[in-house]
Design a protein around this ligand. Structure first.
Ligand SMILES: [Zn+2]
Length: 340
């Protein structure tokens, strides 16, 4: 199993090697070393810095940030460079690196596979679903990469968050081996995620979020971006621990939540639950927070599933899909902390 993944990785590496010319060509470019007259575009617009390109294992990398560091919107440009090979011409990567660039990767979406290790690998590598990474449930030191980070994996499906759609285009997908399954009498059985697996997930998400400057607001469950279709990674996924121990993703401040709870205690909320204007207001709040929900003024099925997804993430002790006072207070605390 792992051998086959290794072979896939090796094949990708070999392809990269073949598609690019040796680094010496770049470093000893005769046009630069002999100080011949540069192309007019260089004189006309000299502001672009020379990039520092290094090569490792046949892949070129930017080692310095050539993007505009004053912009806080995901503008670091470290990383591998994939280039065209327009025979018989050459692509020169060091002349004109642009500051106006950012990463396409803006979201990290977490899933469970609902399959064991072997079946997870088999399905995610041979069928019409995939993810960038697969975290097994074994206490070893491996995380499997299935898809290049610069390519699209098929993990999110029809999805939305804060108005963005089709998150396969802009996300990194992480599948986690976990044997969640349908319960015999309805509902689901959600097994725990073992500590050694959580540590792997945390290290992986931390690395991705740091390298791509992914906002905490955009580190999400599959259920968050597709609440009417998906449950994963479910209520056992330790979002609070990831936030507390690793500063990953979102969590509410307890004091703020308690303040909101005092403003709308259970008995007060119960009175409002039948008011369509209150339901509409709550639906708008869930929408503002990020969920792709259409306000209707009724507790319709999509709203119940959206509340369930929210509770999986932020109130896992009660994921009934019914708005209780704590859920409402948590929603308000999160909206205040992470405004749109
Ligand atoms: Zn999923």
């Amino acid at each position: 199993m792992r051998n086959s993944l290794y072979i896939i990785g090796l094949a990708i590496g070999l392809t990269s090697c073949e598609s690019q010319k040796p680094v010496q060509k770049i470093a000893t470019n005769p046009k630069l070393s002999q100080k011949t007259t540069p192309k007019p575009a260089v004189k006309a617009k000299p502001a672009a810095p020379q990039s520092q390109v290094t090569r490792e294992h046949g892949v070129d990398f930017f080692r310095t940030n050539i993007a505009d560091p004053t912009k806080k919107d995901n503008t670091i440009s470290y990383g591998s460079i994939v280039s065209a090979n327009p025979v018989p011409y050459k692509v020169v990567k060091t002349y004109f690196p642009a500051v106006a660039q950012n990463f396409r990767q803006k979201y990290i979406i977490l899933h469970y596979t609902a399959l064991d290790n072997d079946k997870s690998v088999s399905v995610l590598t041979s069928q019409s679903v995939s993810a960038h990474y697969l975290v097994n449930d074994m206490p070893d030191n491996e995380v499997y990469q299935l898809v290049d980070e610069n390519k699209r994996a098929y993990h999110a499906g029809i999805s939305s968050w804060r108005g963005a759609q089709n998150l396969n285009d802009t996300s990194l997908g992480i599948e986690i081996v976990n044997l969640a399954q349908d319960a015999p009498g309805g509902g689901f059985i959600f097994p725990d995620f073992p500590d050694y697996q959580v540590k792997k997930i945390a290290a992986l998400v931390k690395d991705l979020a740091t390298r791509y400057q992914i906002s905490p607001v955009n580190i999400l469950a599959h259920a968050d971006i597709a609440p009417t279709r998906k449950q994963d990674p479910g209520p056992k996924f330790p979002w609070k621990k990831l936030y507390t121990d690793y500063q990953i993703g979102m969590w509410y401040d307890d004091a703020t939540m308690q303040n909101f709870l005092a403003q709308t205690p259970p008995e007060s909320l119960a009175e409002q639950m039948t008011s369509s204007s209150f339901i509409y207001k709550v639906q708008v709040m869930f929408r503002e927070f990020g969920y792709g929900i259409e306000p209707s003024g009724t507790w319709d099925e999509a709203t119940k599933k959206t509340i369930t997804a929210f509770q999986y993430h932020f109130r896992p002790v009660n994921y009934s899909g019914v708005l209780d006072a704590e859920t409402y207070a948590i929603l308000q605390a999160l909206l205040q902390k992470y405004p749109k």
